[in-house]
Write a new protein. Structure first.
Length: 356
């Protein structure tokens, strides 16, 4: 069997690649890797392979935005049976046009230039997000199911908005071209439960960056309503492989945690932070946390802008979420206390030590 992967240098993508290599179920693995910051694709693969045998891997050194019908040879395309597309821009503060290019146009380019030309394709898996649902006037997710969600403008950020649009465009095109499309919707992807080891995390995205800023004392105030549904990265990988193996009838598979991590769960770990009543949170956060960042801007304007963006994300996105997703297709069983005590917080601690 042959598989083609995008996004393998990202957090989810590299863990998926490692699991595929370790399980050894594929004869050939094609990966899209572009040059970045003066590092060529071969060295980028070598740096992130963690000593694994890469003999079955062939690099396709293309940027998804530059793909055309002649980029990948017919022999390669004819051999591919599964395509997993996890490459995306996971930025919550980019302009709409930039996110649209990264998350919609690049995906459609992959579909038109590669996926449609895979004569023996069995399945195209697109990694979306559980937050494609728009919000209501109270900032609550409108729908919490595995259904296709109507697209509209009431999204908190350009990331979830463009992911919503992309789902609709993919579904339309794949139906038209008789392509077996599966969409997986993970919630906030966090440190691993077990694979490649307990607590693995390698980036500041999503929950990790915000928690590190609280741990370091950059932010102080936490709303009593703060809540986040965090799913371990290796559980998302297992979900992808489950869909490939079992080909569920449902086109969309949610991959979400059975619990939320709430403010009081972090009380001991973030012992220098203060949990306050949500009613006063925005006002007091503006006085204490935001003013501190504005003072910091005197030294480093670019860094302070990044901190403001993270703080805005914390204020606007994490409070008031109540997750009751329909998760009947792929069951996730995780012990909350064990995950927090052995994987989540220790994983973030380890990452902080490695990246001082």
């Amino acid at each position: 069997m042959t598989i083609l992967l995008t996004g393998v240098t990202g957090f989810l993508g590299k863990v998926l690649l490692w699991k595929i290599i370790d399980e050894n179920n594929y004869d050939k693995i094609y990966v899209f890797i572009r040059s970045k910051k003066g590092v060529d694709p071969e060295n980028r693969l070598k740096q992130m392979a963690m000593g694994r045998d890469c003999s079955k891997i062939q690099i396709l050194p293309f940027d998804l935005s530059e793909l055309n019908d002649d980029s990948v040879s017919k022999d390669i395309l004819d051999s591919v049976q599964h395509v997993v597309h996890s490459a995306a821009s996971v930025s919550f503060n980019n302009t709409f046009l930039k996110e649209y290019q990264e998350n919609v146009l690049n995906t459609m380019n992959l579909l038109n230039s590669v996926v449609k030309n895979c004569e023996n394709l069995k399945m195209f898996i697109h990694i979306s997000t559980a937050f494609v649902q728009p919000r209501d006037e109270k900032n609550l997710l409108k729908n919490k199911t595995n259904e296709i969600i109507d697209s509209n403008d009431h999204h908190l950020d350009t990331y979830t908005h463009t992911k919503n649009i992309c789902e609709h465009m993919l579904i339309q095109e794949c139906v038209k071209n008789n392509i077996e499309l599966k969409i997986i919707r993970p919630s906030v992807i966090g440190p691993s439960l077990n694979f490649p080891y307990i607590g693995f995390v390698d980036n500041y995205l999503a929950s990790t960056g915000a928690i590190i800023l609280y741990k370091k004392g950059v932010f102080k105030l936490i709303s009593s309503n703060h809540s986040a549904n965090i799913i371990p990265v290796d559980i998302v990988v297992d979900c992808i492989l489950f869909v490939i193996k079992n080909n569920p009838v449902d086109q969309i598979t949610p991959c979400v945690s059975p619990f939320n991590i709430v403010a009081k769960d972090s009380k001991e770990y973030l012992n220098s932070s203060i949990i306050i009543n949500h009613k006063y949170y925005k006002f007091l956060s503006a006085i204490f946390d935001r003013s501190k960042i504005l003072i910091y801007a005197i030294k480093d304007r670019r860094k302070s802008k990044q901190l403001i963006n993270v703080l805005d994300r914390v204020i606007n996105s994490y409070p008031l979420h109540s997750y009751t997703f329909n998760n009947t297709i792929y069951q996730v069983n995780i012990n909350k206390k064990k995950y927090l005590d052995e994987s989540f917080f220790p994983g973030i601690d380890s990452f902080m030590k490695q990246n001082k």
